[in-house]
Write a protein that binds this ligand. Structure first.
Ligand code: SF4
Length: 123
């Protein structure tokens, strides 16, 4: 069980093994990445960072976000393995993914996590 004292909920990361990647898929949203994170992910893929950016990153309002695949209207992170339901770059995933579900937006409105993450509990 993971806790962060300033958040009104707990997180059990063991649930990630069976939830089917709810935080890596959905109906919109962005996975923001920095240049440094992009270099790290490119390294994991043994790719040149420029090629990596062209293939997996898009620009949104001046920021960088991972690309998605859309299947039957549902958005999937480009690094989400649809068969195994796992992140294929887990060791070098961006900070946004590492810090989920402890995001400020959920601190203010934790009910949103009822739909987003079965690993979260409020007791
Ligand atoms: S980088 Fe990995 S953990 Fe982050 S959204 Fe994509 S598949 Fe999920």
């Amino acid at each position: 069980m993971n806790n962060q004292n300033s958040f009104p909920y707990h997180f059990n990361s063991n649930t990630c093994k069976t939830c089917g990647g709810k935080c890596c898929r959905g109906f919109g949203g962005y996975v923001w990445v920095s240049m440094e994170e992009m270099e790290k992910m490119a390294g994991t893929r043994k790719m040149d960072v420029a090629l990596f950016a062209k293939q997996y990153v898009k620009k949104v309002e001046g920021r960088l976000s991972l690309q998605e695949r859309v299947i039957n209207g549902e958005h999937f992170c480009c690094f989400f393995d649809l068969i195994d339901c796992l992140c294929t770059i887990y060791q070098s995933r961006p900070n946004q993914c590492k810090t989920f579900p402890f995001w400020n937006q959920f601190k203010k409105d934790p009910q949103l996590l009822f739909f987003e993450c079965p690993g979260v509990s409020f007791s």
